[in-house]
Design a protein around this ligand. Sequence first.
Ligand SMILES: C=C(O[C@H]1C=CC=C(C(=O)O)[C@@H]1O)C(=O)O
Ligand SMILES: [Mg+2]
Length: 453
Amino acid sequence: MPNTTGQKKSTLRFYTETIEVSRLSAHAFFAAGDENYKGKRFFWQNKEKTFTLVGLGHAHTIANELEENRYQDIASKWKELCQLSLKEKADVSPILFGGFSFDPFNRISSEWDTFPSAFFTLSTFQLVIRNEQAFVSIHLITDEENSMDTFEQLRIERDALIHTSQVKELKNHAKSKLVEREDRLKEKYLQAVEDVTKRIQENEVKKVVIGRSLKLTFDDVFSSASVLYNTSIEQPESYLFGLERDDKLFFGATPERLVKVEHGEALSAGIAGSIKRGETSIEDRQLGESLLADPKNLAEHKYVVDMINKVFEQYCDEVKVPSRPKLLKIRDIQHLHTPIQGQLKNSASLFQLVEALHPTPAMGGEPREEAVAIIRESEQMNRGYYAAPIGWIDTEGDGEFAVGIRSALLENEHAYLYAGGGIVAESSSLEEFEETRVKFRPMLRTLGGNMNE
Ligand SMILES: C=C(O[C@H]1C=CC=C(C(=O)O)[C@@H]1O)C(=O)O
Ligand SMILES: [Mg+2]
C-alpha cells in the first residue's frame, strides 16, 4: 500500500510510493518521458555526480509572480504540502525542484514571458540516483474519491517508464545545423560596459555584472533529452540542470553553487574572476598563476566572498572562509574559487539563505540593490532564469541551489544563450567581451554552434 495521510481540515491527500531499481540511466528515464511528459520534466545532477534527480510530470506545482516575498511564498506552500505527506523514514523524500527569475522587477517582454517569478514542481514520477542506488517514486496529490484507481494506473505507467528506460539506447544525437546567429545587443553591451566602468570609477557603485545574449537558429528542433545528454558529455565537471516549461527548456552546465544545506550544515562558494584555459599545460599553469595574482580579478572575487561571508555570519555559526582563493579549472575557463561553510542557526532555512544570497556580486554586483538597478537599466534585456537560483529542496528542508549560468533557453529551433562578467574599476570592454565569448562556449559546443565569432 502506498503511504497516505490526510489532514482532517483538508480533503487533499498526498500519496507516495518508492521502489529501488537496478541499472537505470537518468538520461534514459528523462527520454522515456518524451511521449507523455514533454514540457513537464526536469533534470539535475550535482558536480560530484553523487546525486541525480529527474522529474516527469507535475503532481503539483507551486509558482508565483511576486516581486517581494517570493521565496517565503514558495517555502510556506512547500511546508503545507509536506504536512500532508507521511513523516516516515524513507529511502528518499519527495523533492520540490524549480527556480526563480533573476530580477522580478524586470518587466521587459522577452523569450522568458511564460516563466513566472518563481516556479517549482513536485514531479509525478521522481528518479533519485544517490551513490549508485536508484529510486523511483510516485507522487499523487488529490482529493479524488477513487484515488486508489488513479494510483494503480500510475504504477502501471511507472513500470512502463522504467522498462523503456532500461531498453532504450542513448545516443549522442546528431546536432542540428546552425543557420543563423544573432549577437543580440552587441554594441549596447560594449557601451554598457564602458558606461558602467565609468560609474564605478566615479564611486557610484563598486561592481556590476553585465551580461549579453546570443540568439541561434537551427535547421531543426532539438529534443530536450538529447540536449541534456550532449551537455553531460561536453561538460562533465559542472552541475547539469534542465527545466522544461511547455515548449521551452532552460538548461545549462554551471560551475557555481549558490547554497547547499544538509543536516544543518550550509555550504556556499565564491566563484568569480576568470581566465581562459591554456593550449598547453605550461601555458595553462601560467594563466592560472597570473589569475591568482591579478588585482582586477582578485577585486571581482573579493566582493563575492565578503558578501557571502556577511550572509553566513548572520545565518550560521562556525563560519569558515579560506583566506585566499584557489583555482577552479573547467573545460573552457579557470575561475577564482573560495568555498564557504557554516552551521545553520536553528531558525534559519534553505530558502532564507537563497533569498539572502541572491544575487551575489558574482551575478549582480556591490552594493546589491544599486547594481541590480543598473543591470535593469543598462543591459536592456530580460535575464529570465539566467544567473538566478535553480535547485531543489526535500521535505526535511535539505537541498541545493546553483546559479543558472553557462546556460541557454531552447525554444523549438531557436536557442538563446547568456553570458556575463563582473565589471570593476579596472575593466576594459573588449576584454570583458572576450570573457563572455569563452563563457558561451559550453552551450555553443553542446548545441553545435560555431565557437568562433
Ligand atoms: C555571470 C557569469 O559568470 C560569473 C561567474 C564566474 C565568473 C565571473 C566573472 O569572472 O566575471 C562571473 O561573475 C556568466 O558566466 O555568465
Ligand atoms: Mg570576470
